[in-house]
Design a protein around this ligand. Structure first.
Ligand code: PBG
Length: 326
């Protein structure tokens, strides 16, 4: 097809009014696409602010219910739960304890707000004394022995009522291990949202303050992906799908839009983009200085993730966004 040129073609014709622009918009932001991350720790009436993440708190279970109720009333369909345990050890016992913080809060949320989707982050770093996502021996992060712990964690969360489990550890073979354990316990209907292409990113800095999960030695480059690699991300995603992932995630989001696009184009599975803590912090900091328009920049960033192919947007700004796009 040969396109007509100027003066027949005038792309500006379709930009002359706001309803017309909306009529021809190729992508849209909808509240039904939003997921709000929440950080749970024990206590009562606790709302502990985090320096590098304005608007984000460590919350006690009662406060989580309050926050989730508010989000739900704004139309946000899902929360992503992280836990900060009272005690950390070398085998992450808090991650798979029957009455672990995430399990407790999941039960509570499913009781108080049954129609709110509870997604649980499956990882060990918050529960390990060394802050790594797997078992450590001789300074190495062990892959295979970690799988059983991840599977136990996911299964205990699903038994507590989690609607979706979301492994973020980046051990090889974890999706298979988790699917097998869920099925063994009769949890065949619990979907797995895999952090399939998760990069070793400096954008996670503020999260580690919130989740108290900074590695005590070394970094996460031996298990999370190298920012230089795009084709490898496709191989990672392909493996996770083969092992049983129902939804896949790309993380971080804004600096990895090409990966979102390639993953969505190649596999077509429901694809989530995680606008991580550092992305949030940058927008907040610049906005606090009056250098950018927080609302406009946040919405534009999320729309870019949608345009790239993301179906699901995990964002700390979910409640603000829900209000803005109402
Ligand atoms: C745990 C985990 C991390 C994030 C989500 N799950 C941190 C990490 O891998 O170090 C980061 C989220 C964010 O930065 O908002 N493995």
């Amino acid at each position: 097809m040969t396109l007509p040129g100027f003066p027949i073609a005038r792309p500006r014709r379709l930009r002359t009014s706001s309803p017309l622009r909306r009529l021809v918009a190729e992508t849209s932001l909808n509240v039904s696409q939003l997921v709000l991350p929440l950080f749970a720790r024990s206590g009562k009436k606790l709302r502990r602010p985090i320096g590098a993440m304005p608007g984000v708190f460590q919350l006690s279970p009662d406060e989580i219910v309050r926050e989730a109720t508010l989000a739900h009333s704004l139309g946000v369909p899902a929360v992503l739960l992280f836990g900060i345990p009272d005690h950390k050890d070398a085998k992450a016992s808090g991650a798979y304890a029957k009455h672990g913080i995430v399990q407790q809060v999941t039960r509570l949320l499913k009781k108080e707000l049954p129609s709110l989707l509870v997604i649980t982050d499956v990882c060990l770093c918050e529960y390990m004394e060394h802050g790594h996502c797997g078992l450590v021996h001789g300074g190495k992060i062990l892959n295979d022995p970690t799988l059983a712990l991840l599977a136990r964690t996911a299964a205990s969360q699903a038994e507590a009522g989690a609607d979706i489990v979301a492994p973020s550890d980046m051990m090889d073979g974890r999706i298979h291990a988790i699917r097998t354990e869920l099925d063994k316990r009769g949890l065949t209907d619990t979907p797995i949202m895999s952090y399939a292409a998760k990069f070793a990113s400096a954008f996670y800095g503020p999260f580690r303050e919130v989740a108290e999960s900074a590695p005590a030695f070394g970094d996460r480059r031996s298990y999370q992906m190298d920012a230089a690699n795009g084709r490898e991300a496709l191989r990672e995603v392909a493996l996770d799908i083969k092992e049983g992932a129902d939804l896949v995630m790309v993380k971080p989001a804004l600096a990895y839009l090409d990966i979102i696009h390639r993953v969505k184009t190649e596999f077509g599975l429901p694809t989530a983009a995680y606008a991580v803590s550092g992305e949030h912090a940058m927008i907040k900091a610049a906005a606090a200085n009056g250098w950018i328009d927080e609302r406009a920049v946040t919405l534009e960033s999320l729309l870019a993730m949608r345009r790239a192919g993301a179906d699901i947007l995990i964002t700390y700004a979910a409640m603000d966004v829900a209000k803005w796009i109402k």
